[in-house]
Design a protein around this ligand. Structure first.
Ligand SMILES: NC(=O)C1=CN([C@@H]2O[C@H](COP(=O)(O)OP(=O)(O)OC[C@H]3O[C@@H](n4cnc5c(N)ncnc54)[C@H](OP(=O)(O)O)[C@@H]3O)[C@@H](O)[C@H]2O)C=CC1
Ligand SMILES: Nc1nc(O)c(N)c(N[C@@H]2O[C@H](COP(=O)(O)O)[C@@H](O)[C@H]2O)n1
Length: 288
């Protein structure tokens, strides 16, 4: 039996307002559970910055699974399952509705993820593009799960985002991926850090209109402090505590004058239970 099953109509209605606007185009027309329960309808999707986003960046969804103590893995580099069957199916439904899934190399190396969509009815055409932010070329894509799935026609060929201009020798991994080089300029104190507007612009220029950013901790924590770049946030909360020493989602502290203020807040929120887990959807609140 598949580990991922079709969502009930009420679950889909709950998620819909937080999905990229193209919703409907990729909906499999079969294998959906019937469910007469109707979810409350939050407001329709809005874009954080309509004029800028439509041109320069895709629709951005941040999504991850957290424990009750705000952790996403038991220890750095340890793949940790938090989502139950219902929220796992929800994640694959989200994957179905985005053009790309993005993770950092800090997740790609230890997790060796599949990054494909196993939702019932998903086809190769509807698969999201796996994207790995790997500025320093640390990920060996040949032999990785994501490359194997692409070779088997069960996922798309992954894109690796690097710093630079594409110079240098081609490595042995070339057939298994496509590389996108982003020039961050020479005069920078952090030469391996790519500004997020540049990452998102590169995706948009390569035809990505929606991206689901799944982690890890560094990437999610950073983007939570950039609400103008984020359209939706969808968090699975699992009823468990991972304990001290785990990897947590914690945006940088924000200080205004001499006062500590909250680092990030969601608005237009909605909660729903999927099996034993709770799912929180919201939009990043942009400071005025
Ligand atoms: N429960 C959940 O939902 C999830 C849990 N996880 C867990 O999270 C953990 C990994 O988190 P973490 O170690 O923070 O890794 P990340 O996946 O956030 O990757 C961090 C690395 O990505 C690169 N990177 C990130 N942002 C940028 C940028 N703006 N420009 C250039 N490079 C960038 C850097 O690579 P470099 O160091 O090479 O410069 C950085 O060290 C794992 O334990 C994983 O299992 C991950 C996803 C989801
Ligand atoms: N939603 C969610 N729940 C969990 O419990 C998780 N551990 C993760 N991890 C993320 O999903 C990726 C694995 O994807 P595949 O199933 O291998 O396709 C992993 O790399 C994390 O990004 N997510």
């Amino acid at each position: 039996m598949s580990e991922v099953s079709a969502l009930a109509e009420a679950d889909i209605s709950f998620l819909k307002p937080y999905l990229p606007p193209a919703i409907g185009l990729r909906e499999p027309q079969h294998d959906r559970k019937d469910d007469s329960q109707s979810a409350e309808q939050p407001p329709p999707p809005t874009h954080q910055d309509e004029s800028q986003s439509a041109q320069d960046r895709p629709f951005v969804t941040l999504t991850y699974a957290s424990s009750l103590d705000g952790m996403i893995s038991l220890s750095p580099g340890l793949r940790t399952t938090l989502s139950g069957p219902g929220t796992k199916s929800m994640t694959h439904y989200l994957r179905l509705h985005h053009d790309a899934i993005l993770i950092g190399v800090g997740t790609a190396i230890p997790d060796d993820p599949s990054l494909n969509c196993r939702y019932p009815g998903a086809s190769l055409e509807t698969q999201p593009r796996p994207v790995i932010v790997d500025p320093q070329k640390r990920f060996h894509v040949r032999g990785s799960k994501v490359a194997q799935l692409a070779a088997q026609g069960e996922g798309k060929v992954p894109w690796l985002l690097h710093v630079g201009n594409g110079g240098g020798d081609a490595g042995t991994d070339e057939a298994a991926c496509e590389r996108i080089y982003i020039d961050v300029g020479r005069d920078t104190s952090a030469p391996s850090v790519i500004a997020w507007p540049l990452i998102l612009k590169a995706l948009k220029q390569n035809g990505i209109d929606s991206v689901m950013i799944e982690g890890g901790a560094t990437i999610i924590s950073t983007l939570l402090c950039m609400p103008d770049l984020v359209d939706s946030v969808i968090v699975t909360v699992a009823p468990t505590w991972l304990g001290q020493g785990g990897v947590s989602i914690a945006p940088a502290a924000t200080v205004v004058g001499e006062e500590r203020i909250n680092s990030a807040t969601l608005e237009q929120t909605a909660w729903r239970q999927f099996g034993a887990d709770a799912v929180l959807c919201g939009r990043s609140q942009v400071a005025v």
